[in-house]
Design a protein around this ligand. Sequence first.
Ligand code: FAD
Length: 410
Amino acid sequence: MIDFELSEDHKAIRQAVREFATKEVAPHIKELDEKQHFDRSILDKMAELGFLGVCIPEEYGGAGFDYISLGIVCEELEAVDTFLRVIMSVHTGLHSLTLLTWGTEEQKRKYLVPAARGEKIATYGLTEPGAGSDVIGARSTARREGNEYVLNGEKMWISLGDVADNFLFFCWTDEEKRRQRDHTGMSCFIVERSMPGFSSGTIHGKLGIRAGNTGYFSLQDVGVPKENLLGEEGEGFKIAMFALEQGRYTVAAGATGLIRAARDASIAYAKERETFGTKIANHQLVKQKIAEMEADFQMCHLLCLHAGYLKNAGLPNARAASLAKWQATVRSEKAASMAIEIHGANGYTNDYPVERYLRNCKAAVIYEGTRDIHTLMQADWALGLKQEKPARCTLPAWKLAHTREALAAD
Ligand SMILES: Cc1cc2nc3c(=O)[nH]c(=O)nc-3n(C[C@H](O)[C@H](O)[C@H](O)COP(=O)(O)OP(=O)(O)OC[C@H]3O[C@@H](n4cnc5c(N)ncnc54)[C@H](O)[C@@H]3O)c2cc1C
C-alpha cells in the first residue's frame, strides 16, 4: 500500500528543523549572505540537534531515520537558505551515505561515526578545474607505495571545501586506463585535512549560496594509508555515481523547499500590496504565477516522496532521483524568478528574500548533474538506451537481505 501520510517521527523532525531554521538562522541570514560569512556555529548546532546523522543507523552514531526524513530536513532547511541544505547534501548525502554503503567496518568506525555525530565535517571532491560533467576527464592520481598511496591533484568547486575535516577524493590509480578513458581505472580515497600536503582555499565572488563555503583543495604528495581506499581499486567511478544518487535526492528535496518559500513569500506580498484599488492577489496574472508555484511545489514534493519511497524500499531509484532533481531545481529557478516579479521593484532588493532565492537556486541547476545531463539521462531511460541499476543502499531497511543480493549482483 502506498501511504502519503507522514509518520509521527516525520512530523516531529519537520517541526524541529523548521523551528531551528526559522528561529536561529532566518533572523541572521540577510547579514550572513551580505557578509558572505560562513558561520560554523550554525553547523555545530545542526550537529547537536542530530540533523547531520538523521538517516544514519544508530549503531554508526546517527538517529536511524529513513530517506523521507532526510528529504524533510533538506526541504525545511532550504526554505530558509540554500547553504543549510548544502551542508546536508555533501556531508550526509554524498559522504556519509556513501561510507555507510562502501566503507569497511573500520572505516565506518573511524570516519562515519564522527560524521554522523557532527564531530567531524566531511565533503565530496570529484570536480576539478578541467573536469565537471566529464568525470573521467579528471587528472588527479594515486600511486601505491608500500602500505600507502601517494595522492596528487586539484579539486575545485567543493562545497565546504575550505572548512571540512574529511574528504572523499576521486582519482586515477591506473594511468593506462586514464589514457583510454576507461572509468574502471578510477578509485576513491578518504583524505583528512590534517594530512601533510593538503591545502585548501575559499572561492569568492559567487552569485549565490553566499552564507555557505565553496572551496577548492589541493593534494601534493599526500600519503594516505592503504586502509583509506574506499571500496576496491577501480571502483571509484561507481562510488562517485552512487554518491550522486544520494546527493541528488537531497538537492531535489531542498529545491522543493525553495519553491515553497518563493510561493509563501509571494502570497504574503500579494495579500498586502495594492494596485489599481485592490490587492495584487486579485489580479489574474498574479494568481496565475501563484498557481504555477503551487503546482510546481506539489509536483516536486510528490517526485521527492516517490524517490524517497523507492530508496526506503530498496528499489531502483536512480531514475526517480534524477527526475526529481532535474524538475525541482529547474522549477525552483522559475518560482524564484516569478516571486521577484510579484514583488515588483521590491523583489529586486535584499529587503525581501526572493532575490536571494533566485541567486541561490541557480547552482543546483548546475551541480550533481547539470540540467542538460539530467535531460539526456531521462531521454536515454525513456528510450530504453539506459537501464536502471539495482539500489545499493536502503534506509532503514538497508540491512534487508534482498539489498545485499542486489549489491552482490551489481
Ligand atoms: C556552488 C557549487 C557547489 C559545488 N559543489 C561541489 C562539490 O561539493 N563537489 C564536487 O565534486 N563538485 C561540486 N560542484 C561542481 C559541479 O558538480 C560541477 O560544476 C558540475 O558537475 C558541472 O561541471 P562544470 O562546471 O565543469 O561544467 P561543464 O561540465 O564544463 O559543462 C558546461 C556546460 O556544458 C554542458 N555539457 C557538458 N557536457 C555535456 C554533454 N555531454 N551533453 C550536453 N551538455 C553538456 C553542461 O550541461 C553545461 O551547460 C559545485 C558547483 C557549484 C557551482
